[in-house]
Design a protein around this ligand. Structure first.
Ligand SMILES: Cc1cc2nc3c(=O)[nH]c(=O)nc-3n(C[C@H](O)[C@H](O)[C@H](O)COP(=O)(O)OP(=O)(O)OC[C@H]3O[C@@H](n4cnc5c(N)ncnc54)[C@H](O)[C@@H]3O)c2cc1C
Length: 231
């Protein structure tokens, strides 16, 4: 008799959800468990508009009840606290979960290796970080704002630095609009040359959005199309 594979996912971001989608397509029998604190997808690429009040947090929270039902996912509402036995057991705030295969997609928020990085606002952490940029910008009467990113030296292709340019140019634009750009110095710190924002990438080709006035609408169109499958 074929035993269903117990596949466990950690996280409810793109990484976990797109893999759930793919696994379910290939294996109708798989027993899928997903451990994440919220029944929500937070759409990080939209956060670039939060600091300027163009969009708000509610617009980037996609409820996942329908997606989980469609994909037959058992959702454990919890935070993962550790792994045991080479990953075969996952400890969480709601107890332990056994698995035959494990997908860890808990995001970039834990990669904080640079000394002093704890003083920076990291947008990868979630919506609250983008709101902190908005509030900090409002509270500042002048000074230097440094914006930067770096890749993971162990996996150089896994970097999405485009958003930091979006914040940089967005802040520049916003300060000009508020007629106080002259009171600020903007510093950009990067360890690579980024050619734009990657919106699609596979082995054969990638689509990179150039900077243009149309950009905002192209990106919003992409967001609507992309998020459809998680609703
Ligand atoms: C401002 C901004 C703009 C971006 N723009 C683009 C873009 O235009 N194009 C592009 O391709 N990429 C873009 N990115 C990058 C993209 O959003 C990320 O690469 C993507 O979100 C990573 O997905 P993920 O699932 O690995 O992690 P995340 O989306 O960070 O999801 C991590 C998940 O893990 C959960 N989690 C964390 N800790 C635990 C725990 N202990 N236990 C259980 N669950 C946990 C979280 O709640 C969350 O659900 C942007 C990122 C940012 C911040």
């Amino acid at each position: 008799m074929h035993m269903a594979h117990q596949i466990t996912f950690i996280g409810s971001g793109f990484g976990a959800l797109s893999t759930v989608h793919e696994v379910r397509k290939r294996d109708a029998q798989a027993d899928i468990t997903l451990i994440a604190p919220l029944v929500e997808l937070h759409y990080l690429p939209g956060f670039i508009w939060i600091p300027y009040g163009l969009r708000t947090r509610q617009q980037f929270i996609i409820p996942l009840e329908n997606f989980f039902t469609r994909m037959r996912v058992r959702h454990v509402v919890a935070e993962v606290t550790g792994l045991r036995d080479g990953g075969r057991w996952v400890d969480s705030t709601a107890g332990e979960v056994r698995n035959d295969a494990l997908v860890i997609a808990s995001g970039g928020r834990f990669i904080k290796k640079l000394p002093g990085i704890e003083h920076a606002i990291t947008p990868c952490e979630g919506i609250a970080a983008a709101e902190r940029i908005r509030d900090r910008l409002k509270a500042m009467s002048g000074g230097t704002i440094a914006i930067g990113f770096a890749g993971n030296p162990n996996e150089p292709s896994a970097v999405r630095g485009g958003s930091m340019f979006e914040f940089l140019f967005g802040i520049d634009e916003q300060l000009k609009r508020e007629r106080r750009r002259d009171k600020f110095e903007l510093v950009c710190i990067i360890d690579a040359i980024d050619h734009g924002t990657v919106v699609f990438c596979n082995e054969k080709r990638q689509i990179i959005l150039p900077s243009s006035r149309l950009f905002r609408w192209v990106k919003r169109g992409f967001e609507i199309a992309y998020l459809r499958k998680y609703k």
